[in-house]
Design a protein. Structure first.
Length: 68
């Protein structure tokens, strides 16, 4: 039932989202924007790279090539 249940779940969630009033969507977008602003302002001010700390060895090592 793997392909059926996820598809039904997505369709039911979309149906519930469509049935929400416009005011709820406006509130959602406002709170989402506020949360993203707080998140990114915090991350800029508390960044380890901005403070000059070494990010570790991984930044100079290229990613491995996956052979198929």
């Amino acid at each position: 039932m793997v392909p059926l249940f996820p598809i039904l779940g997505v369709l039911l969630c979309v149906a519930l989202m469509i049935s929400l009033p416009v005011l709820t969507w406006i509130r959602f977008v406002v709170w989402l924007a506020l949360g993203l602003i707080i998140y990114f302002l915090y991350s800029v001010r508390h960044s380890r790279l901005r403070k000059g700390f070494d990010a570790g060895e991984t930044e100079d090592i290229p990613p491995p090539i996956i052979k198929t």
